[in-house]
Design a protein around this ligand. Structure first.
Ligand code: CU
Length: 110
């Protein structure tokens, strides 16, 4: 059987730019802030939200805002819990803790 068109197919790298940033990143809640406020990961990467008890004892939620297509499911109010979310699409995904006004962050997926 004759193989046609096989030349250069294997071993050639696609010309797309190499994604940058880590595959998994932790976002902490030291007080009523997300840290880091802006987290950069690769497409397909995971953010682990390490939700601690807030100074008011209530905990935090993560509500993805702006109606960005491909945003993961929001996280309800929790404390002393880690919840992971995977980002399968490129883009910038803003989110807020609605328990604490001004507690905002975003995920940049490269
Ligand atoms: Cu909060």
């Amino acid at each position: 059987m004759l193989l046609l068109g096989a030349c250069g197919v294997s071993g050639d790298r696609p010309t797309d730019p190499t994604p940058t940033g880590p595959d998994t990143l932790d976002v902490f809640t030291p007080g009523n802030v997300f840290s880091p406020t802006s987290a950069e990961i690769r497409r397909g990467g995971t953010i682990r939200y390490r939700l601690s008890e807030s100074p008011d004892g209530r905990g935090h939620n993560v509500v993805f805002t702006g109606g960005v297509a491909g945003a993961p499911q929001s996280i309800p109010v929790l404390k002393d819990t880690t919840v992971a979310r995977t980002f399968t699409q490129q883009g910038t995904f803003p989110y807020s803790c609605t328990v604490h006004p001004g507690m905002d962050g975003d995920v940049i997926v490269k």
